[in-house]
Design a binder for this molecule. Structure first.
Ligand code: SAH
Ligand code: SF4
Length: 385
């Protein structure tokens, strides 16, 4: 019997073990899951009828009960520097965003984990919008699944005569070489759906990305960092933004619950248990707020001698913000002060600004805010996975 659309199992939401259990439940052998993943992730095929080496019966069962469904694209915007931003449908009223950043040696896809965010960082457009809901595993995986054919198509349109790879052939060269969970939302506040998505990204039958090419960025949900250390080994980025608790309490309210010392201990634990190389600390440069030479020295004292890299992010403005970006020479001096003290530091190049696709500018469409913002209510609010 054919299942109605709403009750179909979306295979993009199943990591390998779950997919194996699912194909067994359909009367097939577990190893069929690998074949299925090969079609879905290596060849980008979502039509079961086209999966010619699967038994006919299995194809028919899948056709009746399952689907491979990525989020629907509402619109695509192109920035002058090649950055591309997609608005993706979460439901009739809500939407979230995904950004592709091409560079000469790589292509980075910045994906979302939630519609909005409850953590209420004062300098972040997503935080200022409030929170609607967690994205499902299928919606998280679906962003990456969707990006590749979209980018191929765009290339085909651009380069006259370029036919692009034949649909359904395994991809040798990928546009998306790196994935960062730095779009809308706090990934560790959606632990339950994010971790299986990470597994699909790393699985050699899935997107087969190396652990160093997948980065999860968190504002510092300490218990979930320990939990992540048990479940995954992707690269970790932490949004630090201040070297003292008084200022970080203001900028990143979750700090009132998990202050800097606790957060750093969790970071070093993550590296030790996952044999990671280093943690990247993101530090947004806010004019006159966190960009003084004394603050650079304090940051160096915190991180010196630890496996840490600092990524300075020039603040990206959005409507209604009270912050301004630090001037370029101030950012450079801040970086140099860190380097002089033996702390690795780089300045993130701002990309996609003309289409509001830069860090912290993603606003999507968050209309029904189901949860109070974290803000001053941070103490006592449970951020369950
Ligand atoms: N919630 C996660 C990941 C999404 S935000 C986190 O906070 O880490 C991705 C990065 O963009 C974070 O480092 C965040 O602090 C930074 N960011 C947020 N708003 C910004 C803005 N307006 N300008 C520059 N960076 C910003
Ligand atoms: Fe949420 Fe990250 Fe924005 Fe803070 S910076 S509000 S945690 S998305």
């Amino acid at each position: 019997m054919t299942a109605p659309a709403a009750t179909r199992t979306n295979l993009l939401g199943l990591e390998r073990r779950a997919l194996e259990a699912y194909v067994v439940s359909l009367g097939s052998k577990a190893f069929r899951a690998r074949q299925l993943m090969g079609w879905i992730y290596r060849r980008g095929v979502g039509e079961f009828a086209a999966m010619t080496d699967l038994a006919k019966e299995l194809r028919a069962r899948l056709g009746a009960q399952a689907e491979v469904r990525a989020p629907e694209v509402i619109s695509v915007q192109h920035a002058a520097d090649g950055v591309r931003k997609w608005l993706l449908r979460a439901d009739a009223r809500q939407a979230f965003e995904m950004v592709f950043i091409p560079e000469p040696d790589r292509g980075t896809l910045c994906i979302s984990s939630q519609v909005g965010c409850a953590l209420d960082c004062s300098f972040c457009a997503t935080g200022q919008e409030g929170f609607n809901r967690n994205l499902s595993t299928a919606e998280i995986v679906g962003q990456v699944w969707l990006a590749e054919p979209e980018l191929e198509q765009a290339e085909r349109r651009r380069a006259a005569g370029y036919a692009g790879p034949t649909p359904g052939t395994p991809r040798e060269e990928r546009h998306v070489t790196n994935v960062v969970l730095m779009g809308m939302g706090e990934p560790l506040a959606n632990f339950r759906n994010v971790v299986p998505a990470l597994r699909v990204l790393l699985d050699d039958c899935g997107f087969d990305l190396s652990r160093r090419r997948v980065t999860l960025s968190t504002s510092g949900l300490v218990p979930q960092i320990y939990k992540l250390a048990r479940e995954s080994n992707v690269a970790l980025a932490v949004s630090l933004h201040a070297a003292d608790d008084a200022l970080r309490d203001q900028l990143v309210p979750i700090n009132r619950r998990h202050p800097i010392a606790e957060l750093l201990t969790a970071c070093w634990h993550y590296l030790d248990s996952r044999c990671g190389r280093s943690v990247t600390f993101e530090y947004v440069m806010l004019d006159g707020v966190n960009d003084s030479p004394a603050q650079a020295r304090a940051l160096a004292r915190l991180l010196k001698g630890h496996p840490a890299k600092v990524n300075l992010i020039p603040f990206n403005a959005f409507p209604g913000t009270r912050y301004r970006r630090s001037p370029a020479p101030v950012i450079e001096r801040f970086r140099d002060a860190l380097l002089q003290r033996g702390v690795l530091a780089t300045i993130r190049r701002t990309r996609g600004e003309d289409i509001d696709a830069a860090c912290g500018q993603l606003a999507g469409r968050v209309i029904d805010r189901t949860t109070v913002r974290l803000g001053s209510k941070v103490i006592g609010l449970a951020v369950h996975p």
